[in-house]
Design a protein around this ligand. Structure first.
Ligand code: LR7
Ligand code: MN
Length: 534
């Protein structure tokens, strides 16, 4: 369930060499440490009366315990680190000279967790307090998703600005975040996982972008905190979020044209999807767009649902390279899924696919055949939401946001297009007509063999195209181009409908060449029964 991604941080601090080398490596080679306020100040102003030592000591690893067992990361190393540490400023050096508005709005930080380790949870909270301008932090809302020990959360509410809400039963991260968002008092929401460390000036770039345009949903570059030794490692700045048809999230290279066009390394990176855990979003935009699908359970899939919804309903998603947040990436879930990991992921992604992916959901089902027939609950409310928000089709998302996602090659099946006893055939270079069906099986003439590969109706390299968008226009054959609107068809009952004009392929009379006409259900001249040639 978890994913790994590449980072370019081979030698954190070993190379004292020139700045030009630093630049050559994309700016990740800097060895500057994040400065921290003096300790006394920190305890007094930022941490209030919170007794950190007592909090951590109460829950330490017992000698002989497996340090990975409970959290799927090395708890011993995390505990040893302490609650605050200097980490390397992993941004491109040009980020340090960016300016932000002096009147940026404040944000509510929302952190949901289930049985998080105390040391990682505290470091997450403390890094936020230490590395954010205090005026930007309205509050930190912790949602304890029914962890075994209520004190993990409760004790932290002694820290100024920290609030703790505990679920009365296990809800999963999706409903927990919605609960947090509903009680947030700031106009901007910031979501974090419970094992993060935010880096220098992480917050300002994100709030700035959202302030300028409330429909933007922004993420930082997510640096890697090693699950073994807790080293803080810079992630590559050339990645964006992507997925395959099984709805498996992956990091991928920015397309080469976009990479070439990036003259300024501080510029945002458009991303088709976000990883999901760490992002900033305007609260009224979050509410307007329907928050989350609260019928999704525990973990997974909500990042696709949110990403599709944001893009298709008028917003955008971006990664801001000048904002960096470290996250402990794990190889397994350290917690249980009441309904099982696989079934939960299928339920959640199936809901995302059914509500948002239109005809493209077929590729999800072919990539994940086990999803077919599995329960996913009612999606009526989400479909209503989609209609109410007047969101664009998934085809639009494919064409405009994620054209790099290839649609699987459909297997070419040859068939005849039969009308009564006659077959549609090509004549000469681009002509068409109806003629008696000839040959059987492999002996069918090529002129009567068709491949129906949506949206194309194909014969070798030529495709069926209309000549004009009006009723009565002739059809002809021309070189295939699946982007050409005149070549796009889809089956409609036994008819073949031209997608753009909405008109149907019609033989008129058996002797004259076919045309496109107003669709009339069941009429013989528009009935084309594809019959697969075996
Ligand atoms: O039942 C649960 N209740 C919870 O509150 C299960 C989990 N959680 C909490 C958990 O304690 C953690 O704080 O939810 C948060 C996310 O769970 P993780 O850390 O086990 O998940 P992850 O880091 O593997 O998952 C990524 O994908 C998830 C899909 O549902 C969420 O969107 C996570 O927020 C997301 N994490 C990130 O995006 C950080 C970068 C990782 C990547 C890629
Ligand atoms: Mn996580």
């Amino acid at each position: 369930g978890t994913f790994y991604y590449l980072w370019q941080d081979t030698k954190p601090q070993s190379s004292p060499s020139s700045a030009s080398q630093t630049r050559g490596r994309g700016g990740h080679g800097q060895s500057k440490l994040v400065t921290q306020p003096p300790r006394v100040d920190l305890q007094g102003q930022l941490m209030g009366g919170f007794d950190e030592k007592a909090y951590l000591v109460a829950k330490q690893l017992k000698p002989g315990d497996d340090p990975y067992r409970e959290h799927a990361f090395n708890l011993q190393e995390s505990d040893r680190l302490g609650s605050e540490r200097a980490i390397r400023d992993t941004r491109h050096y040009r980020c340090a000279s960016l300016n932000f508005d002096t009147d940026l709005p404040s944000t509510s930080i929302i952190i949901t967790f289930h049985n998080e380790a105390r040391s990682t949870l505290l470091r997450t909270v403390k890094s936020v307090l230490m590395r954010s301008p205090p005026s930007l932090i309205q509050e930190i809302i912790l949602i304890d998703d029914f962890s075994s020990d209520p004190d993990d959360c409760q004790l932290l509410s002694q820290i100024p600005k920290v609030r703790c809400l505990r679920n009365g039963r296990r809800e999963g991260l999706i409903r927990s975040r919605v609960r947090g968002a509903n009680t947030a008092s700031a106009a901007i929401l910031t979501f974090l996982d419970s094992h993060c460390e935010v880096n220098a000036d992480w917050l300002q770039p994100m709030i700035q972008r959202v302030k300028e345009d409330h429909t933007r949903v922004v993420s930082p570059i997510i640096d890697v905190i090693s699950l073994d030794n807790f080293a803080y490692l810079a992630a590559s700045a050339d990645l964006r979020g992507g997925f395959d048809w099984s709805l498996h999230f992956k990091w991928e290279q920015i397309p080469i044209e976009q990479k070439m066009a990036r003259s300024d390394p501080t510029q945002p990176i458009r991303t088709p999807v976000i990883a999901g855990g760490i992002f900033v979003m305007d609260k009224s935009w979050f509410n307007h767009l329907g928050q989350y699908d609260t019928h999704m359970d525990i973990w997974g899939g909500e990042n696709f649902e949110l990403s599709f919804r944001v893009w298709m309903c008028g917003g955008s998603l971006e990664i801001l390279p000048c904002s960096r947040v470290g996250h402990v990436f794990r190889k397994r879930h350290p917690y249980d899924f009441p309904e099982g990991n696989a079934l939960t992921y299928i339920k959640n992604t199936r809901r995302a696919a059914e509500v948002w992916m239109d005809e493209y959901k077929q590729y999800y089902y072919s990539a994940r055949p086990s999803a077919q027939g599995k329960a996913f609950g009612s999606i009526t409310d989400r479909l209503t939401l989609r209609r109410k928000l007047n969101c664009k089709p998934f085809r639009w998302y494919m064409e405009n946001v994620y054209p790099e996602l290839r649609v699987p090659e459909q297997e070419a099946v040859s068939s005849v297009l039969k009308q009564g006893g006659l077959c549609l055939e090509t004549r000469g270079t681009d002509g068409l007509g109806l003629a008696e069906c000839r040959g059987i099986g492999a002996n069918r003439p090529h002129s009567q063999r068709w491949e129906l590969i949506e949206p194309l109706i194909r014969q070798q390299d030529l495709c069926l195209a209309i000549t004009a968008f009006t009723a009565g226009s002739k059809v002809k054959m021309e070189p295939c181009n699946s982007k050409e609107p005149r070549q796009k068809w889809k089956p409609k009952g036994s008819a073949l409908q031209h997608m753009v004009s909405g008109l149907c392929l019609d033989s008129q009379t058996p002797t004259s060449p076919p045309v496109i006409m107003q669709c009339r259900p069941q009429v013989a001249s528009q009935s084309w029964e594809p019959q697969v040639i075996t």
